[in-house]
Design a protein around this ligand. Structure first.
Ligand code: C2E
Ligand code: MG
Ligand code: MG
Ligand code: MG
Length: 282
C-alpha cells in the first residue's frame, strides 16, 4: 500500500512538474508576440503623501491576458520574459504607454508622476537612458515625472549598474529601491548606490501590527533612510492600523489595497476626485 501510494505521488509530482514546464514554455512563447498582439495593459496604483494624504504618484503595474490562459500575474510572467529576453521590448512598451498616459493626464490638467518597475535585464541594456530621454521629449514630460523602481538583486548584479544609475539620475530621473529588505544586499548598499527612495516590502508591513515590537524593523528602516537623506514608501498597506502607524512613524508615502487597488488609467480621474473626500479628512 505504502509503496503504491508513494509511486502514485511520485507519478503525480512528475505530471505536475511536466504540466508546469509546459505552461511556462507556452507562456514564454506567447510573450514574444504579446506586444504586437496588444495583449498588455498598464494599471496604476495611487501612492499617497503621508502628510497631505494627496496622491504623490502612481505605480505602473503591467497586466497581461494570455490568449490561451487568460490573465497571468506579473509575478509569473515577468521572470519568463526576463529569461527569454522579451522583457526588453515589453519594458519599452510599458515605458511608452506610461509616458503616453502621463501626457494624457497632463492634457487634463493633472501633473502626475509615475513609478515604473525596471528589470535588471532592461537596466543593463545600453539604450535605456536614450530611450527614456527620447520618450520624455516625445511626450513633453519633465524627467521628474518618472521614477524607476529597481530591486536589490539589481545592485548585486554588477559594476556597470552603478554608472548606469548615476547616468539616469544625472538626467533627473529618480531611482527607487523596491521590495527593500527581501533581497541579498546589505544596508551598506544604501550608502554606496545612488537611490532616492526606498520601498519597504509588504512582508515587514504585515508583520508590523501582529506582535508587540513588530514595528521595530520598520521604525529602524525609516530612521536609517531619513538619516541617509532618502524618502520612504511603505507598500502593501491593507489595514487602517498599519496606515495610521506608518504615518506616525514618518513613512513619507503610503501604498496598498487599503488606499486603493491598481486600476485602469481612466479610473484615476474618479479616484482623484474622491480621494479628497476619502482621505483628506482622516
Ligand atoms: P512590486 O513592484 O513590488 O509591486 C507591488 C505589488 O504588490 C503589485 O503586484 C501590487 O498589485 C501588489 N500590491 C499592492 N498593494 C498591495 C496590498 O495591499 N496587498 C497585497 N497583497 N499586494 C499589494 P503585481 O501587480 O501583481 O506585480 C507583482 C510584481 O511584478 C511587482 O512587484 C513587480 O516586481 C513586477 N512587475 C509588475 N509590473 C512590472 C513591469 O511593468 N515591469 C517589470 N519589470 N516588473 C513588473
Ligand atoms: Mg514596484
Ligand atoms: Mg515592491
Ligand atoms: Mg516585487
Amino acid at each position: 500500500h505504502v509503496k503504491e501510494s508513494g509511486r502514485n505521488s511520485i507519478l503525480q509530482y512528475s505530471e505536475e512538474l511536466e504540466e508546469s514546464i509546459r505552461r511556462r514554455k507556452v507562456l514564454s512563447q506567447q510573450l514574444l508576440s504579446a506586444v504586437i498582439n496588444d495583449e498588455f495593459e498598464v494599471h496604476y496604483q495611487p501612492i499617497l503623501a503621508s502628510d497631505s494624504l494627496k496622491v504623490a504618484k502612481l505605480e505602473a503595474l503591467l497586466r497581461w491576458t494570455s490568449p490561451s490562459h487568460g490573465p497571468v500575474s506579473p509575478a509569473e510572467f515577468i521572470p519568463l520574459a526576463e529569461t527569454s529576453g522579451s522583457i526588453v521590448s515589453i519594458g519599452s512598451w510599458v515605458l511608452r504607454q506610461v509616458c503616453s498616459d502621463l501626457s494624457r493626464f497632463r492634457a487634463e490638467g493633472l501633473e502626475l508622476t509615475a513609478a515604473v518597475n525596471i528589470s535588471a535585464v532592461q537596466l543593463m541594456q545600453p539604450g535605456l537612458t536614450g530611450l527614456l530621454l527620447s520618450l520624455l521629449a516625445e511626450y513633453g514630460l519633465p524627467s521628474s515625472s518618472l521614477e524607476l523602481e529597481i530591486t536589490e538583486s539589481v545592485l548585486v548584479s554588477g559594476d556597470n549598474i552603478l554608472s548606469s544609475l548615476q547616468g539616469l539620475r544625472s538626467h533627473g530621473l529618480r531611482i527607487s529601491l523596491d521590495d527593500f529588505g527581501t533581497g541579498f544586499s546589505s544596508l551598506s548598499y544604501l550608502r554606496r548606490f545612488p537611490v532616492d527612495v526606498i520601498k519597504i516590502d509588504r512582508s515587514f508591513i504585515s508583520e508590523m501590527t501582529l506582535e508587540p515590537q513588530g514595528d521595530v524593523l520598520v521604525k529602524s528602516i525609516i530612521e536609517l533612510s531619513h538619516n541617509l537623506g532618502l524618502k520612504v514608501v511603505s507598500e502593501g498597506i491593507e489595514q487602517a492600523a498599519q496606515f495610521d502607524l506608518l504615518r506616525r512613524l514618518g513613512s513619507d508615502e503610503l501604498q496598498g489595497y487599503y488606499i486603493s487597488r491598481p486600476m485602469q488609467a481612466v479610473e484615476i480621474y474618479s479616484f482623484l476626485s474622491q480621494n479628497n473626500l476619502i482621505f483628506a479628512k482622516k
